[in-house]
Write a protein that binds this ligand. Structure first.
Ligand code: FUL
Length: 682
């Protein structure tokens, strides 16, 4: 190269490029331990302790160590399932509110050391830790500050006890990634026999600054969880849902664990929050945190679990899903099946990032080292950004051909703080840009779902933020439809409704017992079924030409004419499985509005979270005039506690205009309750 001017220019250019200054941080920023933790995203909870055996959610503290007796405990089974589910760690209830501890603590007799399990020689924390390490999972410990067993709870001596136990737990089992302090504390309890109510000042009693300092000292890399952090905060509900706007910033000094107004005021985090305290969404795979056989049929469905995934990890939060380990000491087969289906669906939804095949460009760039391409390089450490003082810019993807998609994934580079407050996704059709989705905060990860769109070009407009956006990753996906049988509902009038569980699916049905397919009637609006019929329905993906498994519902008479003279009696036949009738005389009488040939009856026990009054022994009577009654059946609903599903009673065909279902005995001797009652006519 002979031209000295050209050489000088080239040198100048290189010099200038190298001079691109890195963006400055926007406070607050995460600590390195929080950066490492946020990459875990998904980990599991194990609720297994005395409550598993007392069949409670919150034990009173008067339970006996002898009650703790799993028959086939295998912590390796938990770890295997968690690993296969894509979880990165497990957190176990080392001590829950009832005070029983899963390791042979030197400071209490209320522990596994006095239980029949492993002849009192067992250490469940050790077995748990070993299993987690074998499967490459991180280990976390839940420790309830509230202790309904300990005689000193409420006094200063108890704080010493708590710290002694924490010292055991945090010194003897290797690296711990998260220490979970529950916000529920203070109230009635056994308290060494005192059997009274003990209130504590949640802000001051535990002397959190010094308790936290102890944890820090013993486990410098452990994340400290409580409602208020200091490292990770509660999301404010137990559904596993973060918020449309979720900040990792929190006004930490205004909050403490267990404060009454935490959920409404603080759970979303705050844009101007002073500390980095990201959210963790916790939820159980069943209604309860602990195992109850009567919830075996209430394991969350795939659509419910996917909703949780998108509303937690998809909204700048980590996800902690709980396994209520059963009395054998195993994760129940149904829970395993559910979590593995969820894991498979997550993998499927994010199998192929369409942005990787697109040409990416930006209308503004900071310079070398911050180009648009870095938003699709799969490396979280590199990011696209803008010159200082700019917050508005677009990242545009040119796919080169029409592609179909329904998910947008964005990640901010959070080590320099959370920034974006408004963004939108547009696609180009016929030369026009059209908005198809929008969001507020992004944070570590944000996923938007929207109905299928097909376009050659898409762009994400960053509209507003606290400072220049730093976009580590951008993903565009075409998540396959959730091809599950449609959801079914029926009204008292007999009107039936069907609903596909994902966008873009069609529903076909039959009433003649044949298998539905796309040549069967298509469901477009509610229709009435007022007599006995078998409804079969499928969801159908018209693009892929695939159908779901078949939903089959055996329907009988509509309840349009039914009446009850008992107060609230109609709640037992309103076709709403979640409402129920509690009887004052252990019976329910229904006037059917017409004389009918009957062959049987159905009884759905109440489905509420804490049920009572299930009928165990029943008598069923019919009458044509409401005065003279004839018993047509008497018997027992065998396994109704463990499996509170619909019970069926059949009898010889009889005429009746009135039916009376009597509870001769309820399982708990509480007044009889009725979730939903129906009749059979065939
Ligand atoms: C709550 C506790 O009271 C529940 O029993 C459960 O442990 C859940 C994770 O946290 O606050």
């Amino acid at each position: 190269m002979k031209n000295p001017l050209f050489l000088t220019l080239l040198l100048l250019l290189t010099f200038c490029q190298e001079k691109v200054t890195p963006p400055t941080a926007v406070e607050p920023v995460p600590h390195p331990r929080q950066i490492a933790w946020q990459e875990l995203e998904f980990y599991g909870f194990v609720h297994f302790n005395m409550n598993t055996f007392s069949d409670r959610e919150w034990g009173f503290g008067d339970e006996k160590p002898e009650q703790f007796n799993p028959t086939a405990l295998d912590a390796r089974q938990w770890a295997r399932i968690a690993k296969e589910a894509g979880m990165k760690g497990l957190i176990i209830t080392a001590k829950h509110h009832d005070g029983f501890v899963l390791w042979p603590s030197a400071y209490t007799e209320h522990s596994v050391k006095n239980s029949p399990w492993r002849d009192g020689k067992g250490d469940l924390i050790r077995e748990f830790v070993d299993a987690c390490r074998e499967y490459g999972l991180k280990v976390g410990l839940y420790y309830s500050p509230w202790d309904r067993n300990h005689p000193d709870y409420g006094k200063p001596e108890y704080i010493t006890y708590m710290r002694n136990q924490l010292t055991e737990l945090l010194s003897n089992y290797g690296d711990i990634f998260e220490v979970w302090f529950d916000g529920a504390n203070g109230g009635t309890g056994w308290y060494g026999g005192a059997n009274e109510e003990r209130k504590v000042d949640k802000l001051t009693y535990y002397d959190w600054p010094n308790t936290h300092a102890l944890v820090r000292d013993l486990q410098p890399n452990a994340m400290l969880f409580s409602d208020a952090g200091p490292d990770v905060r509660w999301v404010g509900n137990e559904h596993g849902f973060a918020y449309e706007t979720t900040w990792s910033n929190l006004m930490r000094d205004s909050v403490y664990a267990g404060m009454p107004e935490f959920s409404e005021k603080w759970a979303t985090g705050q844009e101007n929050g002073t500390h980095w305290v990201p959210a963790e969404s916790d939820v159980s795979i069943r209604p309860g945190w602990y195992y109850h056989a009567y919830e075996d049929h209430k394991v969350k469905s795939l659509p419910q679990l996917m909703e949780i995934y998108y509303n937690s990890i998809g909204r700048n939060s980590s996800l902690l899903i709980n396994f209520p380990v059963d009395t054998r000491g195993l994760i129940h087969e149904k829970d395993e099946e559910a979590i593995l289906k969820m894991a498979a669906k997550i993998r499927e939804d994010f199998a192929n990032n369409l942005a990787l095949d697109a040409r990416i460009s930006a209308d503004l760039e900071r310079g070398k080292g911050y180009e648009a391409e870095l938003a699709i390089d799969g490396d979280y450490e590199t990011y696209w950004t803008l010159p200082d003082a700019q917050v508005q810019a677009s990242l545009e993807l040119d796919f080169g051909k029409g592609v179909t998609f329904n998910r947008l994934l964005l990640q901010e580079y959070t080590p320099l703080g959370q920034r974006v407050t408004a963004f939108e996704l547009e696609i180009e059709t016929d030369g026009q840009w059209k908005k198809i989705a929008e969001g507020t905060t992004i944070g570590y990860k944000r996923i938007l779902r929207f109905p299928d769109v097909t376009a050659e070009k898409a762009r994400v407009n960053f509209i507003d933020g606290k400072n220049i956006p730093l976009i580590s990753e951008l993903g565009i996906y075409n998540a396959p439809k959730l091809l599950l049988p449609p959801a079914f509902g029926r009204k008292k009038s007999g009107e039936v409704n069907l609903k596909a569980l994902d966008e873009g699916l069609e529903v076909y049905y039959t009433l003649d017992g044949t298998e539905p397919d796309p040549s069967s009637p298509i469901y477009s609006q509610e229709f009435t079924i007022d007599a006995a019929a078998t409804l079969k329905a499928i969801s159908y993906d018209p693009v892929k030409k695939e159908k779901s498994e078949t939903l089959q519902v055996d329907l009988d008479l509509a309840k349009a004419l039914w009446n009850s003279s008992q107060k609230d009696g109609e709640k037992a036949f309103d076709e709403n499985p979640n409402s129920y009738f509690t009887s004052t005389d252990n019976s329910l009488t229904i006037e059917l509005g017409e004389s009918l040939e009957l062959t049987g009856l159905t009884y759905l026990p109440m489905q509420a979270r804490y049920p009572s009054g299930f009928i165990q022994e029943y008598s069923l009577e019919l009458s044509t005039d409401g005065k003279t009654w004839k018993e047509v059946s008497r018997g027992e609903f065998d396994n109704i506690v463990n499996s509170p599903i619909e019970q069926r009673v059949q009898f010889e065909k009889q005429n009746g205009r009135y039916i009376r279902l009597k509870a001769l005995k309820t399982v708990d001797d509480n007044p009889a309750t009725f979730g939903e009652v129906g009749v059979l006519t065939r």
